[in-house]
Design a protein around this ligand. Structure first.
Ligand SMILES: CC(C)(COP(=O)(O)OP(=O)(O)OC[C@H]1O[C@@H](n2cnc3c(N)ncnc32)[C@H](O)[C@@H]1OP(=O)(O)O)[C@@H](O)C(=O)NCCC(=O)NCCS
Length: 190
């Protein structure tokens, strides 16, 4: 999996205990991006509660980090016991980092994680006027089917294979090494 990202940027899974990074990223979104992310305007308090609850719900969150700051996120969350093969996905990228390939890379990682967890259907809540997200989803035509006539798009993800599991495992190993290096650099600076 080759990510084309802004220089110095990495994508890795969020660790337990890093909820504050996710919350701060969402709070930094400009009003339009926040509206598009949540399908409507939401308050800071809503965002704080949302992140606390979301992290506790078996969500797999991939973050885009640059200089140790989370500037983009992709969340994959199971829909619950009654919908065992279905999950919800959502992506957000801070304005200054949009249109640099970050959203595409985050969706690619999320699709791989969904496939390896056996999710057959991904729901992505996308407002009808959110052209950017629609363009982004179209790039994954081979793996996704997306109905833009409705507010909720449905995504078919393919079955896991040994290779797809290995790709996620290797990406996690790379992300772990990067996170440790990043932590060491910040400790040396302090
Ligand atoms: C939607 C969003 C995640 C896209 O992230 P991004 O980092 O800008 O996406 P990318 O740079 O990978 O671009 C993906 C595609 O979007 C389209 N795109 C990018 N910038 C665009 C722009 N300024 N205008 C129109 N289309 C654009 C292009 O088709 C692009 O593919 P290409 O670069 O191969 O041509 C980001 O805009 C965002 O966070 N928006 C607010 C939250 C949101 O809408 N989330 C989706 C709801 S789940």
């Amino acid at each position: 999996m080759q990510d084309v990202l802004p220089e110095g940027g990495v994508i890795r899974k969020l660790w337990i205990g890093e909820a504050d990074k996710y919350r701060d990223h969402i709070l930094r979104l400009d009003p339009l991006s926040r509206r598009n992310r949540f399908g409507g305007g939401v308050s800071d308090d809503f965002v704080r509660n949302f992140v606390d609850i979301s992290i506790g719900l078996d969500a797999v969150v991939h973050g885009f980090f640059i200089d140790g700051v989370m500037r983009g996120a992709a969340e994959l969350r199971p829909l619950g016991v009654h919908f065992s093969r279905q999950a919800e996905a959502a992506i957000s990228v801070e304005k200054a980092w949009q249109s640099h390939g970050v959203g595409s890379a985050l969706l690619r990682h999320t699709l791989l994680a969904a496939r390896n967890r056996g999710y057959r259907l991904l729901h992505m809540a996308c407002l009808a006027d959110n052209w950017r997200m629609q363009q982004l989803a179209r790039k994954f035509d081979a793996e996704l089917s997306f109905d833009f006539g409705t507010v909720v798009g449905e995504v078919e993800s393919s079955r896991p294979t040994a290779l797809s599991l290995m790709r996620e495992f290797m990406s996690d190993g790379h992300g772990f090494a990067t996170a440790v290096l990043d932590l060491q650099t910040r400790m040396l600076r302090a």
